[in-house]
Design a protein around this ligand. Sequence first.
Ligand code: HDE
Length: 717
Amino acid sequence: MSESIPGAVKKAFGVAGSSSKIEDLQRNYVDPSSVPKNGYTLTTDHGVPVSDTDNWLKVTDGTGTGPSLLEDQIAREKIHRFDHERIPERVVHARGAGAHGYFKVYDNSAAKYTSAGVLTDSSRTTPVFVRFSTVQGSRGSADTVRDVRGFAVKFYTPEGNWDIVGNDIPIFFIQDAMKFPDFVHAVKPEPHNEVPQGQSAHNNFWDFVGLQPESAHMIMWVMSDRGIPRSFRMMQGFGVNTYTLLNQKGERHLVKFHWIPELGVHSLTWDEALKICGQDPDFHRKDLAEAIENGAPAKWSFGIQVIPESQEHNFDFDPLDATKVWPEELVPLQIIGEMVLDRVVDEYFPEVEQVAFCTSHVVPGVGFSDDPLLQGRNFSYFDTQISRLGINWEELPINRPVCPVLNTQRDGKSRHKITPGEINYWPNRKGVFKPVPKEAGGYYEYPQKVQGIKQRVRGAKFQEHFNQAQLFYNSLQPYEKLHLISAISFELSHVEDPIVFQTYTKLLNNIDFDLAKKVATNVGGVIPDKPARQNLGKSTPTLSQTYYAPKEPTIKSRRIAILLADGFNLLEVQALRAALKSLGATSWVIGPRRGDVYPAGQDVGVGKGLFADHHYEGQRSTMFDAFIIPSGAAHAQKLAENGRTIHWVREAFGHCKPIGAIGEGVAFLRDAVMLPGVKFASSAHSSEVTSSYGVVTVGQVDPSSIPKKLVKIVQAD
Ligand code: HDE
């Protein structure tokens, strides 16, 4: 490849993040830098060279104005194409971001459960494409809203595509797929005024979930910090539904799929989430790309929880009920592999918008269960892809498998493939399109015995809705409980109809008395005088996101700001940046202007200062995980005279961010910012002071040691 090839195309043809799927996609890449053989640089869609793409054909009298002519087929083509650029957005999960990567299993330990090569063959590297999404908002909504996040993974295996269409929360709002349209209508903007966008804080949603107690457990999760993740890269993923694994011996196990992020599970604070919605609505989308492009691929370990079919009825919950978790002390999680996302997309629409997932897409060795939510999903996804993309959606580059697709299915709108030969049926005289026996790897259904009465009913254990909602609540850290109480209170405060917020505050009393009292007091609901149900006091550590902190604290891929004014200490800042880089963090200089900021003792002049990435108004403290104020008398004085920089620090402190300061930077914190509850030693050059709010101030120390101190605190965030 020549050096002149632009970045996007070079990436496409280069080795980074290459896989059989990337090579497959390259077949469709357009290389804008390669001059076509005919020498044309701009053509119509039918390849005819275009001499003017700016002026519609007109009749003029020489002045250049006059009626435009409909006969201009080149202008018409351009407008026609534009008019049809949009396709229907996804009815849910409309807003998303995606990346390419790979999946590997560590060994063949899952072979006792499944014959699927993707889960048992450790010599394989399976290409994947992952799309993360919010659920409620439309395609143009903000990333950091309170919502469930979609976590959909497409594995391109030699046995065909396998999709785990999951979420960042292990359970769901409803038990039976037939309720899905009601649920989605209730949570989406209300029909009379299309309000609200990107949130569930409204009458209809809380009306529905108040009358639908099976949602109680999911409400606890989505109102917890899980609903406002710091990053897609710091979320767990779950298949949610119960699938099955089928082994070589023909034995079947129930299974749940889990993804655990290498960086731990972290959230924004609600105040940050609200502000980022306005400051940078693409925060999560950009975070994913920024980390990958800065050499910090996103990584998850992959685990399975397995229940032998014979033990399906041994629990006090039904393992086929998607509103329940399988507590890990009852069904241990077995980590068997990992997934890495190491390559950003090159064009959003053909990759992220056109990718289409189906829960029904499984490979031999993986199957379905009678989970009534999954059964309905297996119908719904294929159906929705037809309306979004057309019946030949599986031929689109991002969706097509890396293995051959051979069958008698033909025609339909926008058929792409040309299949030579006169045979399009089976059986046929030539023996083509011959079914593959199961012994040779053909997909087959487990011979499940089914008998019974046709009825519209739910299982007996599906009727219990509060035990696990309570288990989840009890498992949270005290501060997580406070966040949850604030979140429900925020939402119910936006509910105007008293019937709705009163119903919900009553319902909460089935989960926990204290929770119900606090929320009811905040929102003017029904304050209970005694618990509606006893709190059984059960908890399990794996439900709190604090459980997933990485063994070794890390600052990798975190955004650290260095707050500067003219007159700062340059050597110190250089040492800091080098130390941050070596720990895998990115550092950003925030100064009075985007451009040169001048260190102490340095003349003002072009190229003589340190380049600031943003000015104080350009990026707020909410965009960073931690920040540092270096020393320098003039710089500290200027920061102290500026209301915005003082606000910067106070705001970050309010969000419990680690703050590092050196020398006069400490004095700025102590004298100008005046953080409540933080005690400083008397000298400006004090030794380290750490407050419970996560502030670390550092006096006369080696600046390169600060990032390591920040690591611990960022981690606890
Ligand atoms: Fe979905 N869901 N869903 N869902 N879902 C869709 O399919 C549906 C459910 C999930 O990035 C739609 O392609 C039904 C649970 C994700 O492209 C649609 C039911 C879970 C995505 C659909 C559910 C999910 C979707 C809309 C109840 C977590 C985005 C566009 C039975 C395990 C995939 C589309 C992407 C998308 C139907 C419930 C996750 C309409 C009927 C539970 C991550 O087909």
